[in-house]
Design a protein around this ligand. Structure first.
Ligand code: NAP
Length: 273
């Protein structure tokens, strides 16, 4: 019988996960299907129990469910320390994982970044910044988190300091922080469709030795990435984080090597239409 997988979130209409995972299942000839369901925080427990009872193969969770899920499923150690879950597996118990940080790390490694010892400046202190900063700090990067609301970046850095080097601050010294960084990661929603002219930094603030990673993937080439190109910096698209976090979830559920190129093409195709 066809195995069912799903992503839960609210809103969920624009999720690219169904197109990405269904392309992967089709390419591998697996009798599986992946759907998006709108699930509120209040209904998450019932929805996860229902999916488990109906024999679903696995779940992804997105905004606003990632933290709530910690109270419901058994987290692996990384997800427990991060405080957020984006992948649920039903194989043995109902187990939760966080693959966002792994996705971001793979995207950076692909671009030739050596994580250990890299000076990484993360702008933003929301859910995505949490996953990425824990993973990169745990792998030996030196992390600075700058956020519009400094209290949030300072708190996040204190949490991340449990696994590595991290400090938090506001956006007032952004020029100096960028000048001193090896890697700049945009973890805010600035630049996301329809506000495509918004950016955390312009070319004049950047340098040619910088790697600029924008986790916003719609549009494919954000204003920040265009500015980074003008400055001669190396750029990394958020699409690769999306693909690699999905690929890691696919591996957890199926124990099968995910077809990363197929998943990437499916996402790029959906974003171009
Ligand atoms: P979130 O938890 O809502 O956090 C949003 C962050 O953006 C906060 O730090 C917020 O600052 C900051 N921000 C929002 N508007 C701003 C502005 N006008 N100026 C300066 N800072 C601003 O969101 P999230 O879940 O972390 O997601 C952030 C973005 O990453 C979204 O666009 C999402 O689509 C994208 N994302 C991509 C991937 C991927 O796989 N590529 C994965 C996850 C998320 P305050 O704290 O001051 O409000």
């Amino acid at each position: 019988m066809k195995k069912v997988f799903a992503v839960f979130g609210d809103p969920i209409e624009h999720s690219l996960s169904p197109v990405m995972h269904n392309a992967a299942f089709k390419a591998l000839g697996m009798d599986c299907t992946y759907h998006a369901f709108r699930v509120s925080r209040e209904n998450l427990k019932d929805a996860i129990k229902g999916a488990h009872a109906m024999g679903f193969g696995g779940l992804n969770l997105t905004v606003p469910l990632k933290e709530e899920a910690l109270k419901i499923v058994q987290p692996d150690p990384l997800a427990a320390t991060m405080g957020a879950i984006n992948t649920v597996d039903f194989k043995c118990t109902v187990r939760g994982y966080n693959t966002d940080g792994i996705g971001a790390k793979r995207a950076l490694v692909d671009a030739g970044v050596k994580i250990e010892g890299a000076k990484v400046l993360i702008v933003g202190a929301g859910g995505a910044a949490r996953g990425i900063s824990f993973k990169l700090a745990g792998d030996g990067a030196d992390i600075t988190i700058a956020n519009r609301t400094p209290e949030k970046s300072i708190q996040l850095a204190e949490d991340v300091a449990l696994v590595g080097n991290a400090r938090g601050c506001g956006l007032d010294k952004l020029d100096e922080l960028i000048a001193d960084a090896d890697v700049l990661i945009n973890c805010t929603s600035l630049g996301m469709h329809p506000q495509v002219e918004a950016t955390i930094a312009i070319a004049e603030q950047m340098h040619s030795g910088l790697v600029v990673f924008d986790i916003v993937y719609n549009p494919l080439k954000t204003k920040l990435l265009k500015e980074a190109e003008k400055a001669g910096a190396k750029t990394v698209s958020g699409v690769m984080m999306l693909v690699y976090q999905g690929a890691e979830a696919f591996r957890i559920w199926t124990d099968v090597e995910p077809p990363v190129e197929v998943m990437k093409e499916a996402v790029m195709g959906a974003l171009r239409t």
